[in-house]
Every structure is written in structure tokens, then in C-alpha cells.
Write a protein that binds this ligand. Structure first.
Ligand code: HEM
Ligand SMILES: *[C@@H]1O[C@H](CO)[C@@H](O)[C@H](O)[C@H]1NC(C)=O
Ligand SMILES: *[C@@H]1O[C@H](CO)[C@@H](O)[C@H](O)[C@H]1NC(C)=O
Ligand SMILES: *[C@@H]1O[C@H](CO)[C@@H](O)[C@H](O)[C@H]1NC(C)=O
Length: 333
């Protein structure tokens, strides 16, 4: 009996070991930070170099790159589907409601990919580049560091429908937003914590105008929006026109990754309805907002956990998918 148990244990060791340790085109099932240590030791350094350059030139780029990783992961998993341009076979996710005239940073990813292809051809996935660029963006703006689990592979397709359906909108109800997170395997803690990403970056007038003028169809502004803050917003976001005027998601410290986003929610100064509802529509999320408003450490600590979890959404690994040569198109054979 003991002998046969040992035999089974040995068998399972033999069948699992190659999955984890045989280098980077084999394997599968899970991601780990050392994935490119031998195949492309400079990969992380290259990503960081380009993100530093891009953010120095345009501070908003940190936010834009972080958001791209989110919009990638919520559609078919973190597989760089968001980066594909339209082609004969692909309807690009770039045309979805959340992304159209809004998602940005694609040229930065192109630059990183080109440099990495030069250093180690056909080795590093576009999906991993997105995950690393998101981490570097958070660190550069003052947020927490985490080791990024790696080994994702790139999709051979995109889902315009998935992009429209899976990513919540700025006027979605709390329950709708939470449901969309749960469909991705994320919970209410992940929702509140990851929404803290809105501590950096901008939003266009068109995405919160409804709150300023006619939130519930009665011709009145959203009563959960501070009145003097609302008045300030209306000055550059009129009832019609100026759709693309930009506003800081966190007006207190717009390019710093900190916990002012949560402090703003306590003061009814969240920019998007989807931000403010985290404080006004659910007891569990309200308590979390308060905790993070009082304790930035706690926010940072949970942020690293939640973003690693988001980065783990059904990613392609092992032999699935491919390593794209150009992040905008699938490889030709
Ligand atoms: C909870 C549901 C969420 C909703 C409804 C939402 C919605 C939005 C909207 C409407 C914008 C402004 C886009 C524009 O005006 O062009 C935005 C920006 C942004 N979002 Fe979210 N978001 C959500 C969650 C997240 C998550 C989970 C992350 C990251 C992990 C994230 C990161 C960002 C960042 C960094 C920006 C600023 C982008 C820039 O300045 O280019 N958001 N979001
Ligand atoms: C507010 O919205 C409702 C329903 O969408 C609409 O019927 C009404 O005309 C709007 N009121 C104003 C003042 O725009
Ligand atoms: C709204 O914000 C203003 C300016 O910060 C502040 O003076 C006011 O007390 C706030 N209103 C409410 C109801 O909290
Ligand atoms: C990542 O996903 C794998 C496979 O789905 C799972 O076994 C693992 O626990 C996940 N890790 C994290 C950190 O969520």
C-alpha cells in the first residue's frame, strides 16, 4: 500500500515537473515572475526604460497604460486581444464603447515590443508587456511595487462584443459593476481596490455629464455629488458639446498614485458615477472605501494582490495562443 502510494506520488511529480520547469515555450497552467529570466533577461529593463520615457513626455501615459491592462484582461483574459487592429478576420476591440476615442498608449506598447523583439525575437508576449507596463506605471507614479507573474501568451483573435459587454460603463449601477467583476472571478474587495486606479488619469466630459444635469431623468444633478465640485465641473462640461474635455479622476493629486481617490469619495467628490457608488450604494464597499481613505498602506497592499489576480484571468499559457511579432496583428504563417 505504502509502496503504491509512493509510486503514484512519483508519477505525479514526473508529470507536473516539466509543466513548470522546462523553460518558456513549454509549460502551462501558471504564471511566474522568473519566466523570462533565462530566455530574455533584459525584458523587464526594456519595458521600464520605455515606460519611464513615455511618462516623462506625457504624465498621463502611466494611467493610460494601466487602463490598457484592465481592458485587456476583462476580454478573453489577459491575452493582448485589446492590441489587435481590425483586419480581414478581426474586429478590433479598439472600436468598442469603452475604448473608442478613449483607450491610448498603443504606440508606447509598439515601441517596447520592437525593442524587445530586437533583443530576443519571438520570446516575450504582448500580454506580458502590458502587465509589466501597468506595474511600472503604478510604481512611477508613487504606487506599490509587485513582482509580475509572467508567461502569458497572445490571442489569435479579439472580441468586440466582449469588450462592449464585459467592461462596466461609468453610469453602470453598483450591482451591474459588481456582477461584471464577479464574472471575471473578481470580488467586491477587488472591485473597490482596483477602482483605486482612478487615483491617476483623466476622464472626458461625456463620461460623467449625466451626473451634472440629469442623473435620474428628473432634470436634477446627482445628489451624491458635492454641489460646489459639480459647479466647477459644469464650467467645462456643458449640457452639450465639449464632449472630449478632460478632467482629473482624482482632482487632489491627479498624477500621483495614492489614496486621495478614496478620500474624495468620502467627500462626495468622485468624478464618475461608477466611482461614487462604491461609497453610496453598498455597505461592504463603503467600509472598504473608508478603510483605504484612512490607511494608504492597506490600499497598496491589497492593490498588489488584486491586480495580480486580475492579471491572472484565464491567460493563455503553454502552447496555447502565440507570441505575436507585432502586437497589432496575429502572426502570418
Ligand atoms: C469599476 C469599473 C470601472 C469603470 C466604470 C471605469 C470607467 C472608466 C472611464 C469612463 C474612464 C475615462 C475614460 C475616458 O473618458 O476616456 C476611465 C479611466 C481610467 N480607468 Fe477606469 N473604470 C473602471 C475600473 C478601472 C480599473 C479596474 C482600472 C485599472 C485596474 C481602471 C483604470 C483606469 C485609468 C488608469 C483611467 C485613466 C486613463 C487615462 O487617463 O488615459 N479603471 N475608467
Ligand atoms: C432628463 O432625462 C429624461 C429621461 O431621459 C428626459 O425625459 C428629460 O427631458 C431630461 N431632462 C432634461 C432637463 O434634460
Ligand atoms: C462641498 O465641497 C465644498 C468645497 O470643498 C465644501 O466647502 C462643502 O462643505 C462641501 N459640501 C458638502 C455638503 O459637504
Ligand atoms: C492563477 O490562476 C491559476 C489557474 O487558473 C490558479 O491555479 C492560481 O491559483 C491563480 N493565482 C492567483 C494568484 O490568483
Amino acid at each position: 500500500m505504502a509502496h503504491s502510494m509512493g509510486f503514484i506520488a512519483l508519477l505525479s511529480l514526473l508529470s507536473f515537473a516539466p509543466l513548470c520547469f522546462s523553460g518558456n515555450t513549454l509549460g502551462g497552467g501558471h504564471l511566474y515572475p522568473q519566466f523570462y529570466d533565462h530566455s530574455c533577461p533584459k525584458a523587464q529593463e526594456i519595458v521600464r526604460y520605455f515606460v519611464v520615457e513615455a511618462v516623462a513626455e506625457d504624465p498621463r501615459m502611466a494611467a493610460s497604460l494601466l487602463r490598457l491592462h484592465f481592458h485587456d484582461c476583462f476580454v478573453k483574459g489577459c491575452d493582448a486581444s485589446v492590441l489587435l487592429d481590425s483586419s480581414a478576420t478581426i474586429r478590433s476591440e479598439k472600436g468598442s464603447n469603452p475604448n473608442r476615442n478613449s483607450a491610448r498608449g498603443f504606440e508606447v506598447i509598439d515601441g517596447i515590443k520592437a525593442a524587445i523583439e530586437e533583443e530576443c525575437p519571438h520570446t516575450v508576449s504582448c500580454a506580458d508587456i502590458l502587465a509589466l507596463a501597468a506595474r511600472d506605471s503604478v510604481v512611477l507614479t508613487g504606487g506599490p511595487y509587485w513582482d509580475v507573474p509572467l508567461g502569458r501568451r497572445d490571442s489569435k483573435g479579439a472580441s468586440l462584443r466582449g469588450s462592449n459587454n464585459n467592461i462596466p460603463g461609468p453610469n453602470s449601477k453598483f450591482q451591474t459593476i459588481l456582477t461584471k467583476f464577479k464574472l471575471q472571478g473578481l470580488n467586491i474587495v477587488d472591485l473597490v481596490t482596483l477602482s483605486g486606479s482612478h487615483t491617476i488619469g483623466n476622464a472626458q466630459c461625456t463620461n460623467f455629464r449625466q451626473r451634472l444635469y440629469n442623473q435620474s431623468g428628473n432634470g436634477k444633478p446627482d445628489y451624491t455629488l458635492n454641489k460646489s465640485y459639480a459647479a466647477r465641473l459644469r464650467a467645462r462640461c456643458p449640457t452639450s458639446g465639449s464632449d472630449q474635455n478632460l478632467f482629473y479622476l482624482d482632482f487632489v493629486s491627479p498624477v500621483k498614485f495614492d489614496n486621495n481617490y478614496f478620500k474624495n469619495l468620502l467627500a462626495y467628490k468622485g468624478l464618475l458615477s461608477s466611482d461614487q457608488v462604491l461609497f453610496t450604494k453598498n455597505d461592504v464597499s463603503r467600509e472598504l472605501v473608508k478603510k483605504y481613505a484612512y490607511n494608504q498602506e492597506l490600499f497598496f497592499e491589497q492593490f498588489t494582490k488584486s491586480i495580480i489576480k486580475m492579471g491572472n484571468i484565464s491567460s493563455l499559457t503553454g502552447y496555447k495562443g502565440e507570441i505575436r511579432k507585432n502586437c497589432r496583428k496575429v502572426n502570418a504563417y
